[in-house]
Design a binder for this molecule. Structure first.
Ligand code: PAF
Length: 315
């Protein structure tokens, strides 16, 4: 086993997943840094720390939080946990955290943001994390654990050797705090497997304002879930991505396993935030257009969520 002693770690974005990962890593790290673009919220996090709600049990953790990346300085591992719409401006705030052997691990849903990530050409190495961990933000720094789920880590291209080792070490750190984490040779397959699940669940739960399990009780929504996933699966196949078999059955299984979860997209709509619709159904639509594959259901879901966003986003 490699050296899995705590490294310098910064978590960017104190949303549901960012807070869950930060709280979990506090179990073995004395000092976890959280970077937030919002200086007032960072001050609150610095003062009050994080609360993790797991079943009926509450745990509290102290963290270091700031809106100034210079205050953190270079770290070994950055967990980039902001949602895809915030990536553009977040990436430009990262350089003070990065040096030539920093591993940047990006945890976004979808695929639409990948060109932004890859085009940023930041120092260090970029890897992706694909997770089915459930998390629900109930207040600033207050996160409810939404269920255990596997996480895959991997590089999109061929990484330098130091980065391969750094990723294995990161996986060992996550395993040491009880997370189910593995390193994958072909992370793009995992990205698409997860994308298909998000294509089927996220927009529909936002449109119907229901928990994930609610989609299984609504015949019309279930039919759209199936059609949207099959359209996206045709796109993946046309792109030569070796997605796992039975994507509709897998999506339905996730609905069952996370029946009482509020999907991340519904959480965004309820909090009047920009959703990840562009990176999920929007990106599938774009790929479908490029490949000449019809994707009317993804278009319908995309437009419906854009309409919801228009109701509360200004500009
Ligand atoms: O985005 C989400 O909410 C999650 O990826 C999933 C799997 C749909 C569960 O809620």
């Amino acid at each position: 086993m490699r050296d899995s002693s705590p490294k310098r770690v910064a978590i960017v974005g104190p949303g549901a997943l960012g807070c869950l990962l930060a709280a979990t890593l506090c179990r073995i790290h004395e000092k976890i840094w959280v970077l937030d673009h919002d200086s007032q919220r960072a001050a609150l996090l610095q003062h009050s720390g994080l609360t993790l709600e797991c079943a009926d049990h509450l745990e509290h953790f102290s963290i270091q939080a700031t809106a100034d990346a210079q205050e953190i300085g270079p770290v070994d591992l950055v967990l980039l946990c902001v949602k895809s719409p915030a990536l553009g401006h977040t990436l430009s705030s990262l350089p003070p955290l990065l040096r030539k052997n920093t591993l940047l691990l990006a945890w976004q849903n979808g695929i639409g943001h990948l060109p932004v990530l890859l085009g940023a050409e930041l120092p260090g190495a970029l890897a992706l994390a694909v997770t089915s961990l459930g998390a629900h933000l109930v207040g600033v720094g207050q996160v409810r654990f939404g269920g255990a789920g596997a996480t895959s880590l991997g590089f999109l291209g061929a990484p330098p050797q130091w980065a391969e080792l750094a990723l294995l070490e990161a996986a060992e750190v996550f395993q040491a705090v009880g997370l189910e984490v593995g390193v994958e040779a072909d992370i793009l397959v995992q990205v698409w497997n997860k994308l298909l699940v998000n294509v089927g669940i996220n927009a529909l739960t936002a449109i119907h304002n229901c928990e994930n399990g609610g989609l299984l009780k609504n015949g019309e929504a279930l039919a759209l879930l199936q059609a949207a996933v099959l359209e996206a699966a045709s796109v993946a196949q046309a792109k030569g991505i070796a997605i796992a078999p039975e994507p509709v059955a897998r999506t339905i299984a996730v609905c069952q396993a996370t029946a009482s979860n509020i999907s991340s997209m519904l959480q965004d709509v309820r909090a009047n935030r920009q959703t990840e619709i562009e990176a999920i159904n929007g990106a599938v639509l774009e790929e479908a257009r490029r490949l000449g594959i019809p994707a009317p259901v993804n278009a319908e879901l995309f437009n419906a969520v854009k309409c919801l966003e228009k109701g509360y986003l200004v500009g």
